[in-house]
Design a binder for this molecule. Structure first.
Ligand code: UDX
Ligand code: ADP
Length: 464
């Protein structure tokens, strides 16, 4: 089958950049991205590329080359699905908040709704691809939905057929374009060799054949969960050692360098920090925990659950250190928060450690000024509202580092944005009240830069 038109359901952090790169690399394909969120679609279509709904370095250039040429964003679900030869499902799969598996299992409502839309509107033979990270055996559920609806269609003499593939996305936010253009691997799971080969052919436009791994459906689904679990485990491991360093006088940067030179360990993903955030790590591990319990493997469940426990503990202990250094109270004290996104180079705040740490400080009555180069006031407001905590302080967003630090008693660096490196601390110290503290959770501040400024410095993972 010659694939000519593809459709992606879900114009989010995964669907948007992934389809932009496919459209860029395959000019002969027509790529339509659809979303029920009309505001999001309008933002993807905005002439002003600064208003794209997600910030991702390099994305604006790709959009300017492809949008309107072979890449289209719309809410026209029926037309886009019915014309497509291949449909990617890239919708949100948050952790369930209610019912069986609440707090652990993924809520598949959006995936199910998408599968039903596909079943209803598709024509002829359609390849349906799971792109969202999903629990193992979700492809089976999608197949069932498509099959059942198909039986109804057959009764009405409408003929449509489907094959389901899993093609999990491994992009990391902030480096998504590079990850998509030069992936470590592309993973395709599926049973139907023709459909697998149709998808392989799309990737062959820019990915070398040896980097395309084909497996069965379940291995593909599980590999995505396992890869994220391993990565998150690494962050919890280095963060646990950061606490150990502080207690013993060791230095986490030195330790990370020393262990990272062992080729078997490797030097990537060993940066200590305030804990991992983002939409995937916590959700995927909790999913793994839930499934392990479901399959009667409580020891496996406990093992992985500890990665999340340690991550929460890391955030808690940072807030407690701030409190302790400020003489046990932050009530009425002004604290500058530098960086609110879960990592640098993204405007995404999902599961950002900044949310929990700031809200804990607000519960203690702190007056917080937040500065982040890409996160909006509305987003922060939404994050605080979702958490529903007892706010005894107040918070506001400011437009510069300078505004955040004016009259502050402390500054807490939570995201490693480029502009936070190499600051003129002599000048910033003059804006702050004394005694003032700098709490650096991302190894952004050099101890030498702080010398003679009168500021006190606490660095994560540095024992005194
Ligand atoms: C992750 C996976 O990397 C990606 O393959 C998958 O598709 C989605 O989940 P993402 O969450 O976008 O990507 O970002 P990532 O770079 O993995 O960072 C996750 C969190 O770990 C961030 O909060 C980051 O600050 C933290 N982190 C990462 C560290 O604290 N230290 C590190 O060394 C690396
Ligand atoms: P991810 O990080 O996985 O891309 P996002 O939350 O950023 O997740 O994006 C998922 C997108 O999917 C959202 O924009 C949401 O509106 C969209 N979506 C969810 N359900 C449907 C649906 N049934 N049809 C179309 N779009 C949907």
């Amino acid at each position: 089958m010659k694939i000519q038109k593809i459709c992606c359901i879900g114009a989010g952090y995964v669907g948007g950049p992934t389809m932009s790169v496919i459209a860029d690399k395959c000019p002969d394909l027509e790529v339509r991205v659809v979303d029920i969120n009309k505001e999001r679609i309008a933002a993807w279509n905005d002439k002003d590329l600064n208003k794209l709904p997600i910030f991702e370095p390099g994305l604006d250039q790709i959009i300017s080359r492809t949008r309107g040429r072979n890449l289209f964003f719309s809410s026209e679900m029926e037309k886009s699905i019915s014309e497509a030869d291949m449909i990617f499902i890239s919708v949100n799969t948050p952790t369930k908040t209610k019912g069986l598996g609440a707090g652990q299992a993924s809520d598949l409502s959006w995936v199910e709704a998408s599968a039903r839309q596909v079943a209803k509107f598709a024509n002829g033979h359609t390849i349906v691809i799971e792109k969202s990270t999903l629990p193992v055996r979700t492809a089976q559920a999608i197949k069932e939905i498509l099959k059942t609806t198909n039986r109804e269609n057959q009764k009405n003499e409408i003929s449509k057929t489907f094959s389901v593939l899993s093609n999990p996305e491994f992009l990391a936010e902030g480096t998504a374009i590079n990850d998509l253009e030069q992936p470590d691997r592309v993973l395709i799971g599926g049973e139907d060799p023709d459909s697998v080969s149709d998808l392989v052919n799309i990737y062959l436009n820019w990915v070398p054949r040896e980097k395309i791994i084909c497996t069965n459906l379940w291995s593909s689904e599980l590999s995505k969960l396992a890869a994220n679990a391993f990565l998150a485990q690494r962050i919890s491991s280095i963060n646990s050692i950061s606490a150990f360093c502080e207690a013993t006088g060791a230095n986490i940067q030195e330790v990370a360098k020393a262990i990272g030179t062992d080729k078997r360990i490797g030097n990537k993903f060993l940066n200590p920090g305030p804990g991992f955030g983002g939409s995937c790590f916590k959700k995927d591990i909790l999913n793994l925990v839930y499934l392990s319990e479901y399959f009667g493997l409580p020891e496996v469940a406990n093992y992985w659950n500890q990665v999340v426990v340690l991550n929460t503990w890391q955030q808690d202990r940072i807030y407690k250190i701030v409190l302790q250094k400020l003489f046990g109270t932050v009530n009425g004290k002004r604290i500058a928060i530098l960086g609110f996104s879960f990592k640098a180079n993204t405007n995404d705040t999902r599961e950002s450690p900044a949310i929990r740490i700031s809200s804990d400080l607000l519960e203690e009555g702190a007056v917080i000024s937040i500065y982040d180069p890409k996160v909006s006031f509305e987003k922060v407001k939404e994050d605080f509202e979702k958490l529903s905590f007892d706010n005894h302080g107040s918070w506001h967003m400011v437009n510069s580092i300078e505004d955040a630090l004016k009259n502050a008693d402390a500054v807490l660096i939570l995201t490693a944005w480029e502009e936070f490196f190499g600051l003129d601390w002599n000048y910033f110290a003059s804006l702050m009240r004394t005694p003032a503290w700098v709490f650096d959770t991302r190894s952004v501040v050099n101890r030498e830069e702080i010398k003679n400024t009168g500021l006190n410095l606490w660095k994560l993972g540095e024992g005194s």
